[in-house]
Design a protein around this ligand. Structure first.
Ligand SMILES: *Cc1c(COP(=O)(O)O)cnc(C)c1O
Length: 397
């Protein structure tokens, strides 16, 4: 069994992907060929924002967002303590200071109360200017943007949405008068939003890739410049220091095929898989040792995840010993079930950030890094495989 079965996906889409790759090779427009612009338009329309600018990877997408917003030395940027390293790395790379914020123990996403507290602490110390917040849609679930937006408004912060894992997720909102609903998709929640097309993300390519989304014309123009060496009116007119960060035509062509499958059925399939996992695991917990508690993922009302990961929590509520996750992973592996720990170390405990000042305590991030376990999840996983994983998990406990 694969943790994320990209081979099965390729076998399913093979004819179209092969044709797309051959077409690019035949055209020989390897950089900024027609599929790049086409894909950008398709993604912008799906997400519901004016501009989509593709780039080399999800980390660069964040860097481009920070550059467009003019964030640098002396600026505090609030990031969740429980995330992938990139979210905080880019802040330091731009010379700004990451301020780690605790997360909600149920959604894994930034806790607005902790954000508010962190902003207050930074203001009290008067050494940094609070400038932006990078909220992450962890494991595919959009963050609590209404609450984050309220704080950002009050404190004058920009919101960057790190939707590297969130692409495709959405929030339903009752529509005034009609009685119906309208949906808002991930990558439209930030002033600038980003995503990644790393192969294992919800929408992945066959290498590295990423994109930036915004409704703001001025920022879009800046990002367009920054991604090609700070170009001005043309490529050899350089008006600022930028990056070489473009999405290859080959990757854009592959993504066009995969995006179609993503919209048509993959997003639905991962949601069905997640429901089945939770139903099975919750139904079987009565068979495990009483002191071990399994918590299946929590999805708030009206939220839909794109299931970058299906992550459970394993805890020993009464005991003083911590749960032996490594032993469980070994047992699962012996049964042929791969599992992963996303993430074993909070940002505030990373060696690279040992000089970074901690403003608020992050007990939830600390606890989650000890108790999370991600199970195989992808659109092509079968009900039999899900059942096998769930049964292997329960029997291993
Ligand atoms: C994967 C990821 C990134 C970085 O994307 P790359 O394309 O690998 O550079 C950033 N943030 C989060 C939360 C991620 O999961």
């Amino acid at each position: 069994m694969e943790f994320r079965d990209l081979k099965k996906q390729y076998q399913t889409l093979k004819a179209d992907i092969d044709r797309a790759m051959t077409d690019v090779a035949t055209s020989a427009h390897f950089i900024m060929g027609a599929p790049v612009k086409e894909l950008e338009q398709q993604l912008a329309e799906y997400v519901g924002v004016k501009h989509c600018l593709s780039c080399a990877n999800g980390t660069d997408a964040l860097t481009l967002a920070l550059k467009a917003l003019g964030i640098g030395k002396g600026d505090a940027v609030f990031v969740p303590d429980f995330t992938f390293f990139s979210t905080a790395e880019v802040v330091s790379l731009e010379g700004a200071t990451p301020v780690f914020v605790d997360v909600d123990p149920r959604t894994f996403n930034m806790d607005p109360k902790s954000l508010e507290e962190a902003v207050r602490c930074v203001l009290d110390q008067m050494t940094l200017r609070p400038k932006a917040v990078i909220a992450v849609d962890l494991f595919g679930l959009p963050a609590n943007y209404p609450a984050i937006r309220e704080i950002a408004k009050k404190e004058g912060l920009y919101i960057i949405e790190d939707g590297a894992q969130g692409f495709g997720g959405y929030v339903r909102r009752p529509k005034a008068d009609t009685g119906g609903f309208e949906i808002q998709r991930a990558c439209s929640f930030g002033d600038i939003s980003t995503t990644s097309f790393f192969p294992a993300k919800p929408l992945g390519c066959y290498g590295d890739g990423g994109a930036v989304f915004t409704n703001n014309d001025q920022w879009a123009e800046l990002i367009e410049s920054y991604r090609v060496h700070g170009k001005g009116s043309f490529k050899y007119d350089n008006v600022r220091i930028g990056l070489n960060s473009r999405l290859d035509t080959l990757q854009a062509a592959i993504l066009q095929v995969k995006f179609k499958a993503f919209k048509e059925y993959e997003l639905t399939e991962v949601n069905k898989a997640a429901d089945y996992y939770s139903q099975l695991i919750n139904g079987m917990t009565k068979f495990i040792k009483k002191e071990i508690q399994i918590t299946t993922p929590y999805i708030p009302n009206n939220y839909t995840s794109s299931w970058a990961q299906y992550t459970i929590q394993l805890s020993v509520p009464s005991g003083n010993g911590t749960f032996n996750r490594q032993a469980l992973q070994a047992k699962l592996k012996a049964k042929g079930v791969p599992s992963m720990v996303y993430y074993p170390t909070p940002m505030s405990k990373q060696t690279a950030f040992k000089e970074v000042h901690g403003y608020v305590l992050t007990p939830n991030a600390q606890r989650l890094s000890d108790c999370v376990l991600s199970l195989p999840m992808h659109p092509y996983i079968t009900r039999e495989e899900i059942r096998f994983v769930a049964e292997s998990l329960i029997s291993s406990l």
